[in-house]
Design a protein around this ligand. Sequence first.
Ligand SMILES: Cc1cc2nc3c(=O)[nH]c(=O)nc-3n(C[C@H](O)[C@H](O)[C@H](O)COP(=O)(O)OP(=O)(O)OC[C@H]3O[C@@H](n4cnc5c(N)ncnc54)[C@H](O)[C@@H]3O)c2cc1C
Length: 384
Amino acid sequence: MDFELTDEQRLFRDTLRAFVDREIRPVVQEWEAADRYPTEIVETMKGLGLFGLTVPEEYGGLGADMVSFALVFEEISKGWMGIAGILGSHSLSCWMIARHGTAEQKACFLPDLAAGRRRTGIGLTEPGAGTDLQGIAATARRDGDHYVIDGRKTWITNARHASPLPVLVKTDPSASPAHRGMSVLLVEDGFEVLRDLPKLGYKGTESCEIVFDGACVPAANLLGGVEGRGMQQVLSGLETGRINVAARSLGIAQAAYDEALRYAARREAFGRPIQDFQAIQLKIADMAIKVQAARLLVYWAASRADAGDRVDMQAGMAKTFASEAAIECALTSMQVHGGYGYSKEFTVERLYRDAPLMSIGEGTNDIMRTVIAKALTSGKETVG
Ligand SMILES: Cc1cc2nc3c(=O)[nH]c(=O)nc-3n(C[C@H](O)[C@H](O)[C@H](O)COP(=O)(O)OP(=O)(O)OC[C@H]3O[C@@H](n4cnc5c(N)ncnc54)[C@H](O)[C@@H]3O)c2cc1C
């Protein structure tokens, strides 16, 4: 079994590392603390083509393979996970439009999205429904050549920058099962941002509650042009979204390990570097094991997707393991730092605040475990 990156992937990773070292590391401490939107970094990411990661080359995108896609989220999250968040739901929705959009929708949106001239996100979660997407209340009523949307969405990343924002709605609220009456509309304008949600970490990028109050959307913006396919479209997008969150988790876990290793070599107690104490060595070894196991799962899930397989189980395993590794490594690294780990002047404090989101976003880890178990008990997947 070969888990080596290709020469092209290694070169791509080196370019990403240089970008993170040059543009993100020098500002992360100050901008994250100020919850400042990283406009300048976004501009550089446009230049690097990163907004076109999941856009096919024929529409001006990179058409990146999934391993390269994972490398982007891993490397950026080593510097600042919030920046990876800006690319995350953008990439998911570009992928959905490329896969499920009509020829007109692809031609209209993808070139601008690839260049970052337009940006996007994903509007699924509502104040009353997150995991249970069939329980959403947002509706879209057809009125001539338009749909009229009413409802609220919450926690929407990129809400202030997204046009179009793909939004999951009920086009037939009476359908049973509910998913048969659900569709995705590509909303270019007409929603109002009510507020930014205050949050523990994931600073820099916005997370908003938005409202649709009779918003008019052209019928031509129904994703794929056929009603009732919304849940299926969203679930296929979430498959890649979970690889992105798994890779972000890996980046956080690696950064936590790197910080601990560096600190343990530098900090002295009882006349010796603390890395000489067995209690510290055990922590370093535990972190390294988790980071490396997470990496193998993430690259494995990504490479299975590149082979053309459905990867619900693989992406679910990678996301669950890597996010829990990120949470555990951030805490362990903080302990290695002693009191300084609790200080906002040290990187590990941010990693500790950013890590828990990885167990929530793109489906909670409880849901990941149910997805994994369903694949195994139905006989669709096996392990071993
Ligand atoms: C910072 C941030 C950014 C986000 N960005 C976006 C975004 O851009 N777009 C978007 O649409 N959403 C976004 N979300 C929302 C996120 O996807 C949801 O929070 C997540 O899917 C969980 O939904 P919920 O919060 O409604 O929790 P709930 O669904 O209410 O779940 C609460 C608890 O119950 C458990 N649970 C629920 N159902 C089951 C079940 N059947 N079996 C076992 N356990 C269950 C869950 O695992 C969880 O522990 C974001 C969230 C955060 C915090």
